[in-house]
Write a protein that binds this ligand. Structure first.
Ligand SMILES: O=C(O)c1cc(C(=O)O)oc(=O)c1
Length: 291
């Protein structure tokens, strides 16, 4: 498999200046492969996207902290994510992918390394299987540590997943809004179903991320803004934002990270909403000791 590059080296500096202390709550690192080989089950083979590159991007975009989410290409070996957190000087936390037979000492090792959640991935193009029963076992194991669950699924799976999401005994954060079809508009069936989910379940949060993945129109993402701004206003205390750098699998539509940051003041239109989205909510979840 040839290696793919899915980011630009020098994104535009955004016009929007995030408030001091802002958290980019969804990023990944890839490798470096020589030190942290990819999983044999990986569905893509990216170029190295290193912690140093991530921290340079963080500074360029005007953020203070990162949440590093274990990418599927690293399977359940969280070493690259942990190494990046260790290099961040306390400015990054992480979300891991783990096996159901993980024991308490290993969970404690991950916690000491800055992991604060686990991710369950349901995308068939990214993982071979998504065993709900085993995921629930994991959720029950991590709950006592104060961790939460991050779930990545596509809109057509939502109905089927509701009982599973209801059974998770921690906060649940949905990645990239559960991938609604944005072309349906703000009253489309995918967004209505997602609103029903959040209305009925106060423990479910969402990342209002993925404009580059979800917007058929592309930059400046007017279609995404029209659909997602009402969600930020409806659930101001349950939304997180992430750049999704280095944008796995986006080699054919590589986004300019600066243009993604400039979506923020259009979906969170007041300073109060921006502070909740970028500081209060992620700090409550990832750095509660400072909150
Ligand atoms: O849509 C994707 O391709 C994607 C992949 C991964 C991953 O490989 O972990 O993470 C994401 O947040 C999004």
């Amino acid at each position: 498999m040839s290696r793919t590059k899915t980011w630009i080296d020098t994104p535009t500096a955004p016009a929007f200046v995030p408030p001091p202390g802002a958290v980019d709550a969804h990023v990944h690192v890839f490798g470096p492969e020589a030190q942290f080989p990819f999983s044999p089950k990986a569905k893509y083979h990216p170029e190295d996207a290193t912690p140093e590159m991530l921290f340079a991007l963080r500074d360029r975009l005007g953020f203070s902290r990162n949440v590093i989410v274990q990418a599927s290409c690293h399977g359940t070996d969280n070493a690259a994510t942990l190494a990046a957190i260790a290099k961040s000087g306390g400015l990054a936390c992480g979300v891991a992918v783990v096996d159901p037979d993980i024991d308490l000492p290993e969970l404690q090792r991950l916690h000491a390394g800055g992991i604060r959640g686990v991710r369950f991935n349901f995308l068939k193009r990214l993982v071979d299987d998504a065993p709900k029963g085993k995921f629930l076992e994991i959720a029950r194991k991590i709950a006592p540590l104060g961790w939460h669950v991050v779930v990545y699924f596509e809109a057509d799976l939502l109905d089927e997943l509701v009982p599973f999401l209801e059974a998770i005994p921690t906060i649940v954060v949905v990645d990239h809004l559960g991938r609604p079809d944005i072309a349906q508009g703000r009253d489309g069936k995918d967004i209505i179903a997602f609103k029903h989910l959040l209305d009925a379940h106060p423990h479910i949060w969402t990342k209002v991320s993925g404009a580059e993945r979800l917007s058929p129109q592309g930059p400046p993402f007017d279609d995404f803004v029209a659909v997602i701004r009402p969600l930020v206003e409806r659930y101001p205390d349950r939304v997180l934002w992430g750049s999704d750098w280095p944008h796995p699998n986006m080699e054919h539509r590589i986004p300019d990270d600066g243009s993604l940051v400039d979506v923020i003041p259009r979906i969170a239109v007041t300073a109060d909403l921006q502070r909740k989205l970028l500081i209060d909510n992620p700090m409550r979840l990832y750095w509660p000791e400072f909150w």
